[in-house]
Design a protein around this ligand. Structure first.
Ligand code: ATP
Ligand code: MG
Length: 323
């Protein structure tokens, strides 16, 4: 793969992210907002935003509509994110994040109703991309009403015929259906992996069995994250574990997306897997130092990379996931 590979991020359900900082959150009482901010949101867009900061070529694809669509378009333009969109009748959704110390209350709108015509226009946009072999298609997040739960499966099947590498970061039925077409890379967090495996993963042995099952099924790399407890990279050749450095958390929202962007950055640059994991963890951890869904800068990420350790995991490794 050359460094010219482009990462296309697909965001079926992008958002305007509103983050409110409060001293506490109480029911049946008035909650006072100390500080607030508005960011571009939605997992796919966050991946593109982080890649842009790392100066890696990407293009974000999304729907935009209504007053929120106008706000989101401006946010993307201000951040100089290369993007293309399909205009829709409905209003791009809002996400509301309430943060009080370590507690986070996330309230997500479902998203606008997408008509068949709008959905087809988005699929046409994806399928008409001048994708080259070795480019990446990264699919993240939920889908809005009107879009079927096996849409990722259909998209993966189609784009894989063009020789692209597919990364999938989603949950529930979208993940369950999507993996049937064997995306190359998946990035579940521990809860998402529990759900897809239909069991509570509570030991090293069960984790390894499940990861091996995905590999034998045809997925090349599994990136498993578990917040401050660290992350695993599992592939045919590797079982790597990395614990992020301890940092002061301002907002964990979107850290899974910056983690994936960090990994893809290393992957596209043909870095060894250890280095890809190190970059991923650093990009995830650099994000938690930033408020709302604002992105860290390249320097933050590269400074943290130096502090991230990666080890080969074995039966003797104590993974903090299960404690
Ligand atoms: N408290 C924390 N301290 C340091 N790093 C963190 C913390 N929380 C998350 N991270 C970093 O972000 C990465 C991804 O975290 P996490 O497992 O929470 O992702 P996620 O659940 O997919 O998040 P989301 O989907 O909300 O973006 C971790 O591997 C780690 O590098
Ligand atoms: Mg996630």
């Amino acid at each position: 793969m050359t460094s010219q590979s482009v990462v296309y991020t697909l965001s079926f359900n992008s958002s305007v992210d509103n983050t409110f900082y409060l001293n506490s959150i109480r029911f049946d009482d008035i909650n006072r907002i100390e500080k607030s901010r508005v960011d571009a949101g939605g997992k796919g867009l966050n991946v593109a935003r982080m890649l842009n900061i790392l100066s890696y070529p990407s293009q974000a694809l999304t729907f935009l509509g209504g007053p929120n669509g106008t706000v989101l378009k401006k946010l993307l333009e201000d951040e100089k994110i290369p993007f293309r969109y399909v205009p829709i009748k409905g209003n791009t959704r809002s996400i509301f994040n309430f943060i009080a110390g370590k507690k986070v209350l996330r309230i997500n709108e479902k998203g606008p109703l997408i008509s068949k015509k709008e959905k087809d226009a988005f699929l046409n946009l994806i399928y008409s991309l001048k994708i080259s072999k070795g480019d990446i298609v990264s699919i993240s997040g939920s889908v809005p009403p009107g879009v079927e739960k096996d849409i990722y499966k259909k998209v993966i099947k189609k784009v894989k015929t063009k020789g692209v590498i597919v990364a999938l970061d989603t949950d529930g039925d979208l993940l369950k259906e999507g993996i049937k077409e064997k995306p190359h890379i998946i990035k579940p967090n521990l809860w998402e992996l529990n759900r897809i495996a239909r069991r509570r993963i509570s030991s090293f042995r069960t984790l390894k069995d499940i990861l091996e099952h995905f590999i034998s099924y045809g997925i090349s790399t599994i990136l498993l994250t578990n917040g401050e407890n660290g992350a695993v990279l599992f592939s045919k050749k590797h079982f790597l574990y990395s614990k992020p450095p301890s940092v002061k958390v301002l907002s964990t929202i979107g850290c899974g997306d910056t983690f994936l962007a960090g990994f893809l950055y290393g992957y596209c640059k043909n870095k060894p897997q250890e280095e890809c994991l190190r970059l991923a963890v650093a990009a995830g951890t650099a994000k938690v130092l930033k408020e709302g869904t604002s992105m860290p800068d390249r320097r933050n990420v590269m400074e943290i990379v130096k502090k991230v350790k990666v080890i080969n995991a074995s039966e003797r490794t104590i993974l903090p996931f299960f404690q």
